[in-house]
Design a protein around this ligand. Structure first.
Ligand code: BV8
Length: 246
């Protein structure tokens, strides 16, 4: 088994020559910021709920107060934490390799807060609010807080601005992500189980385009088998090492 240092060197050598880099990130990139990943057992009050149940229109319609409470709990965690060295390493990467695009499944906006410029957010933003009926983005002063969840000016419930299971991703963002994957020469996959579709298809498009595939994860994922290099470890530790070698 090759040492991590040799694998880091191999990955860095390939990145140095890269013309177009796609970085697919998942919840594992924010884990060291203190944001629980979907794989982590839900804690406390949320222990008995399946995230995929809560993160769905059916779950919200069945129990709007419960689902709203889950998002408020998660928003508090996002508000009270900050990006970690993994996020800042990706800012460095974009500076070193100008055509780098961050395609993220995460909804915490930590890539933008850390300073990346070229970001495609596949699953929306947890801090944003939309009308459950009209779908439109709501400003804070359009929320009627006399109920939980709050209500839109049209009377319908307010929902978080994320893409739920069973909902389509923003089509232009998704097609941009697929086009970037089809035209990249290196695809770096960081901190994702590689289960949620269609995000998990992105590395396969890169593979079809003969891109060099690199993964950073503390455990093997559903995508590890198609990788040229698998760097096992925490994103906050491995990514800064990798980027420092470029
Ligand atoms: C859709 C926002 C059309 C909400 C999220 C095709 C095949 C099979 C199923 C489907 C398919 N097409 C559609 C589906 C159904 C479904 C799906 O994929 N289901 C899965 C469960 C099988 N997909 C959808 O519904 C999508 N919509 O396709 O529309 C359509 C419509 C109707 C019917 C059919 C099709 C919408 C999916 C979007 C859901 N919304 N987020 C919210 O956040 O509340 S997804 C949500 O899950 C988060 O975004 C999160 O990112 C993601 C989970 O994935 P990961 O990021 O991988 O996170 P996870 O916790 O799973 O894993 C963490 C990883 O990090 C692990 O590998 C771990 O080892 C690693 N790690 C942990 N710590 C570290 C680390 N790595 C490095 N360092 C560390 N420190």
């Amino acid at each position: 088994m090759e040492s991590l240092d040799n694998l880091l060197t191999k990955a860095a050598e390939r990145l140095k020559k890269a013309k177009r880099v796609v970085v697919l990130t998942g919840a594992g990139v924010s884990a060291e910021s203190g944001i629980p990943t979907f794989r982590d057992a839900q804690v406390g009050l949320w222990e008995k709920y399946d995230p995929a149940e809560l993160a769905s229109p059916e779950g919200f319609q069945a129990n709007p107060k419960l689902v709203w409470g889950w998002y408020e709990y998660r928003r508090e965690i996002v508000r009270n934490n900050i990006p970690n060295p993994a996020h800042y390493a990706l800012v460095e990467l974009e500076k070193k390799l100008p055509h780098t695009v961050i395609v993220t499944q995460n909804v915490d906006e930590y890539h933008r807060i850390a300073g990346n410029q070229n970001i495609l957010e596949l699953h929306g933003r947890i801090m944003e609010n939309r009308c459950f009926k009209e779908g439109r983005l709501l400003k804070d002063n359009e929320l009627n807080h006399s109920s939980i969840p709050p209500r839109c000016t049209c009377g319908a419930y307010v929902r978080p601005g994320v893409v739920w299971f069973g909902e389509s991703l923003p089509s232009n963002t998704l097609s941009q992500a697929f086009n970037e994957a089809r035209s990249c020469d290196v695809c770096l996959v960081v901190g994702t189980a590689g289960v949620v579709q269609p995000a998990a298809s992105i590395p396969y498009y890169a593979e079809q385009a003969k891109a060099f595939l690199i993964e950073i994860n503390n455990l093997p994922s559903a995508l590890t088998s198609i990788m040229q290099v698998f760097l096992q470890g925490k994103a906050g530790e491995v990514l800064p090492k990798l980027v420092s070698l470029i």
